[in-house]
Every structure is written in C-alpha cells, then in structure tokens.
Design a protein around this ligand. Structure first.
Ligand SMILES: CC(C)(COP(=O)(O)OP(=O)(O)OC[C@H]1O[C@@H](n2cnc3c(N)ncnc32)[C@H](O)[C@@H]1OP(=O)(O)O)[C@@H](O)C(=O)NCCC(=O)NCCS
Length: 185
C-alpha cells in the first residue's frame, strides 16, 4: 500500500487531500483496544495487557502517538519520560502495521512525536532493541542520522540474568543530544 497523504499532528494548516488522510495524533483511552490488537499483529513485540495499553493511552498520552487512516490504526509508539531524567524520552514500543511498513511511517511517528511543543525540552531518546530485530535497528539508526544525533548502544537486559532464559537480550540505545529544532521525517 502507499501511505495516504500525511497530516502532521502539529500542522493544523495542511489542506486535506482526497482519499483517506493519514492522521498522526495523541492517543485517547478509546484507542486502547485497537492499540492492543496492533501490538498483537506486530511480532516480535511483547503483548502487554489491554489495561497496560489503556494506561499508555492515558497517563503517557503526551509521550505516545498513533497514526490512523480511514479509522484504521496503522502505527503506534508508546513512550514516557525517564523518571530519573525527564529530559530523556524512552520509547517503549514502536509498531507499524505489516501493510504500512517500509514507507517511512515509523520514522514519521518518531519525528512527529519529538516535534510536539510539550516535548521541546527532550534532549535524548532512548529505547531497547533485541540484537536480531534488524528493522528496529535500521529505524532508530535512520532516525538518529536524520536528526544529526549520535547513536550509542550497550547491553542492558540480559537473556539469563534478567529474562530467566526466556527472552532475547535487549540493548539500550541512546540517541542524542537531539537538536532543539527537530528535523522532519
Ligand atoms: C520496526 C518497524 C516499526 C519499522 O517501521 P517502518 O514504518 O517499516 O519503518 P520506516 O519505513 O520508517 O523505515 C525506517 C528505516 O528503516 C529501514 N527498515 C525498515 N524496515 C526494515 C527491515 N525489515 N530491514 C532493514 N531495514 C529496514 C528503512 O529502509 C528505513 O531506512 P532509511 O531511512 O535509511 O531508508 C516495523 O517493522 C514494525 O512494526 N516491526 C514489528 C514491531 C517491532 O519490531 N518494533 C520495533 C521494536 S520496539
């Protein structure tokens, strides 16, 4: 599929285009069930409880973003500010529906989220990635490059020590310092 015309969430002036417009916006609690279904359709992401997605869509709504077209949820990012360092935005999960992958939507979601006026004080982005998730490495490397920001990673959660052997290790990725004027996707 081709991505429908994109209306950035921070741009109320973009004229609507014919056909289903792609809309990026902050989540509402009513989006929780659709978010839960999207995560389930995006392995290798861990599914969380629907209750957890409802908390993301409410308590963490200002650090989370979704993309929809024609009422259909195509993309989602959950995030939060690190409690010990509120100028770091931790990206918890990124999910792009299989039908909408490879079209730049993941990067647009990251860029639009970071361009929110309410997140203007964010200096660093952090996330964790499993060694085998090539799409996720490529997405975050590409995002760091687009922002002209350094990309670093270190082992963080280990398979045996933290996951009891039941989950691949997770590397902590840090992107920053981020520019104060954010580059568009
Ligand atoms: C990871 C994911 C979110 C990427 O979303 P996407 O919208 O397809 O990514 P984009 O189209 O914005 O691509 C961004 C960059 O990553 C690259 N990329 C995307 N998918 C890739 C893949 N499978 N293999 C290699 N590179 C890939 C793109 O070529 C692009 O690079 P460029 O900007 O240098 O050209 C999507 O594949 C997904 O939802 N996967 C399942 C869930 C997951 O693993 N989430 C990430 C962990 S939180």
């Amino acid at each position: 599929m081709a991505l429908p015309g994109h209306q950035p969430e921070n741009d109320a002036t973009t004229p609507s285009r014919p056909g289903p417009a792609l809309r990026l916006r902050q989540p509402l609690t009513e989006d929780g069930a659709a978010i839960h279904r999207l995560i389930a359709a995006c392995p290798p992401l861990d599914t969380n409880s629907l209750y957890c997605n409802l908390l993301q869509a409410s308590h963490f709504a200002d650090c989370s973003i979704l993309a929809e077209a024609d009422g259909r949820l195509l993309g989602w990012i959950s995030g939060y500010r690190l409690p010990a360092d509120p100028t770091t935005l931790f990206v918890w999960q990124v999910a792009v529906h299989p039908d909408a992958r490879g079209l730049g939507l993941g990067r647009r979601l990251l860029s639009d989220l970071l361009a929110r006026p309410g997140l203007a004080d964010i200096k660093t982005m952090a996330t964790t990635i499993t060694p085998s998730n090539e799409a996720s490495w490529a997405l975050f490397r590409s995002f760091a490059k687009s922002q002209g920001a350094a990309f670093r990673h270190d082992a963080h959660f280990e398979r045996d020590r933290h996951f009891d052997g039941a989950h691949e290790a997770e590397h902590m990725v840090t992107i920053g310092p981020l520019p104060s004027v954010r580059a568009a996707a």
